[in-house]
Ligand binder design. Sequence first.
Ligand code: NAD
Length: 502
Amino acid sequence: MKSVTHWINGAPAEGGSGRTAELFNPATGEVSGHVALADVADVDAAVAAAVAAFPAWRDASLVKRAQVLFRFRELMVAHRDELAALISAEHGKVHSDALGEVARGLEVVEFACGIPHLLKGGFSEGVSTRVDSYSIRQPLGVVAGITPFNFPAMVPMWMFPLAIACGNAFVLKPSEKDPSASLLMARLWKEAGLPDGVFSVVQGDKTAVDRLLQHPDVRAVSFVGSTPIARYVYETGTAHGKRVQALGGAKNHMLVLPDADLDLVADAAVSAGFGSAGERCMAISVVLAVDPVGDELVKKITERVDRLVLGPGDDPKSEMGPLVTREHRDKVASYLDLGVEEGAELVVDGRHTAVLGGGTAADAPGFWLGPTVLDRVPPGSRTHTEEIFGPVLSIVRVGSYEEGLELINGGEYGNGTAIFTNDGGAARRFQNEVEVGMVGINVPIPVPMAFYSFGGWKASLFGDTHVHGTEGVHFYTRGKVVTSRWLDPSHGGVNLGFPTNK
Ligand code: NAD
């Protein structure tokens, strides 16, 4: 049985709350250990360590900070298999997918290694006679990150590399469902030479989140998770005077025009719908099939889904793992009956899928649900509009591009979307008209690279700053403009007039 602790001031910390939560192996359903749940004093200890560490880290040279980041990157690469195995054991995703999330997170570390360049300000010589102006960006102080279960390494890495590179001290509150990755990353930061207190981890639930949102020494909060909690974190954090970026849930649509290559579309829909068992905020959960492609597309999708291998994340033959918890598995599975009640056709029923190791998704121990396809899902039904966050792909038949676009733009969320077509004009029109933050053109999961910023629109993001890229640098710093004049022969003595350009 493992016991997952906090990480405070450069060392593991048991905390004093006496509260813990169970950890599960989703592939077997067995309890694998416990994680500490912080109380207010535990959070305060982590923030106090961060406050103490901040001044020296802020004053560390840009080059020194970058050198620590380079070392952290090398250590992460060396330990990526270990990290992926920890993720797989608690989240359930297959090992190759866990390696993929580590790689995508590392791209942000690599981007942050360029911090000396990213923090360059502007300089204007001679804004007035012998007066110069320049802009600088400075760190905020202590900043916090609150992250979801579905990417226990990548989503924290959307935040902390840039926050730390900018000179802040960072406190991470990971998901209590898969907390182990955070501790390995903390150990690697220490090995990389990051001073104690600059990166801390408080494990926990709402108690820890609420304390971070209220703590007077926390200057900014980055959050990723479901929409109701994102809204709560944004409203509570800003009410306490903090800068907040809060990324929420999603319901991502793929619009398939009749001229698209249907084999490419079917491959993309199955990959983007069922990778990581659909537990991705950029997963495709709705395919909008513009007439007349529906029948043929559903046939091609079904053929591929029937071949998918469901099994434990540590079995190299598995393509899709279990869901994260029993409650989540049951919630996702409830949409199969709901979909049928609402008028959809259950084309592939994931409850009957065989699981490697024996049994079917319905009776094998563990939190299993196989890939499921619902066809002719009625537009506007709950199955169509609600975030299911599991391996359920809904096909909605539409008569035209306009009808499809209207369904996307009429939805609550605006995280990701994709159009599949060979018509460049249609694609260009789509990128202009769609009300979504991240758009793919013949690319089903358009997650931006680290040097662009990640974020959705509408109920998928509260706040105005997306994560990583240059928006991340702005979020974790504040600007200052200096206007400077040095005494020289132009000095004209006392002048009470308002300073104007001369
Ligand atoms: P969640 O909202 O349940 O939890 C996210 C974080 O909030 C966790 O650290 C959790 O401990 C904390 N939390 C949970 N309930 C809370 C409460 N009542 N008060 C305060 N804090 C609370 O999300 P999840 O189930 O871990 O993750 C899945 C969700 O995250 C999905 O909705 C998914 O779309 C979303 N997500 C979005 C993005 C994005 O970029 N927009 C990325 C990944 C995941």
